[in-house]
Design a protein around this ligand. Structure first.
Ligand code: SF4
Length: 300
């Protein structure tokens, strides 16, 4: 008789609280309005975004698109929703747009820290991906004196910008380091230690990685150590899911990152006696059930 594959599912496999909150707010908004616009995807999961788009949530790429709609008088009342990873509040203020805010309170906290550091004249280093909406929002708040660093290599190559005058240069040597909420802890520490080798007047750092991200990463790595293969489910555009897969791959080379059960290859499952499953913060819980069913079918 064939032995059933052992499947270990991470205990951190629900939506994180910020994502769940954003989806609840969006659902309420869609009950009251036929169309709601979202600046970028509400969360980084294509399957959930499709479900919401069927309910009337339309994605726009830029706040300017809303201004254009308003100018054309296409809509009397525009319902604009800010996704869980936030956008720069300065952009909204400039365009005087009312909005439904689903920004995660933990992202808002990082925005407050950046605003405060910027006012105090620090040069801000944001650890993260400069294309990610959360980081773009933070950059918008930081003003001119900031840099986004993705990894140790970029941190090594980083040089403080030369001020036009001596006092300005002195001021720029007051450095503050913060992180995208979904950055990896090891990456943050590596960048911090590289920056600490530079010539600075003052260095302060804020580990602003959210606890849910940290717990998800450590639980997934714990499982990855125990199993023959690891499956990480979540949007390919989700920063925390991609980092989760990378963290698991460091420990277990047999790690694959999939969005849905359809992405799972029979070849990958073949002969595996134990499989671990972890999910990103924006992965719907039903995706796990579907993947488990797919593995069980392979057992037959
Ligand atoms: S991962 Fe953390 S910071 Fe991001 S939405 Fe979820 S709870 Fe908020």
């Amino acid at each position: 008789m064939m032995r059933r594959t052992e499947i270990i599912v991470s205990s951190h496999s629900d939506f994180c609280f910020g994502v769940q909150r954003a989806l609840n707010i969006a659902k309420e908004a869609l009950k009251k309005n036929r169309i709601v616009y979202s600046v970028g995807p509400i969360i980084h999961n294509p399957q959930v975004v499709s479900e919401f788009s069927r309910e009337g949530l339309k994605i726009i790429n830029d706040v300017k698109e809303i201004c254009a709609l308003r100018a054309k008088g296409k809509s009397k009342k525009i319902n604009l929703l800010i996704p869980s990873h936030g956008i720069s509040p300065e952009v909204l203020r400039k365009n005087r747009i009312a909005f439904i805010d689903t920004t995660c309170p933990l992202v808002e906290r990082v925005q407050r820290i950046v605003r405060d550091l910027s006012r105090k004249g620090y040069f801000i280093i944001i650890v993260g991906d400069k294309k990610h909406p959360e980081v773009r929002g933070l950059a918008g708040i930081a003003g001119k004196n900031f840099r986004v660093l993705k990894n140790k290599r970029e941190a090594k190559a980083f040089n403080f910008p030369q001020g036009a005058s001596a006092p300005a240069e002195k001021k720029l040597k007051r450095i503050a380091l913060i992180s995208q909420t979904t950055a990896s802890v090891s990456n943050f520490k590596e960048i911090l230690s590289e920056i600490a080798k530079k010539d600075f007047k003052e260095l302060v750092s804020f580990n602003t990685i959210c606890k849910n991200t940290i717990d998800r990463q450590s639980e997934a790595q714990r499982i990855a150590r125990r199993v023959e293969a690891m499956i990480v489910i979540g949007g390919k555009n989700s920063a925390n899911t991609s980092k989760l897969a990378k963290a698991c791959r460091k420990i277990n080379k047999n790690t694959c990152h999939i969005e849905t059960r359809e992405d799972l290859k029979t070849e990958f499952l073949k002969g595996k006696k134990s499989i671990g499953i972890a999910t990103g913060a924006s992965t719907p819980p039903y995706a796990i059930k579907e993947v488990v069913e797919r593995i069980r079918r392979n057992d037959i």
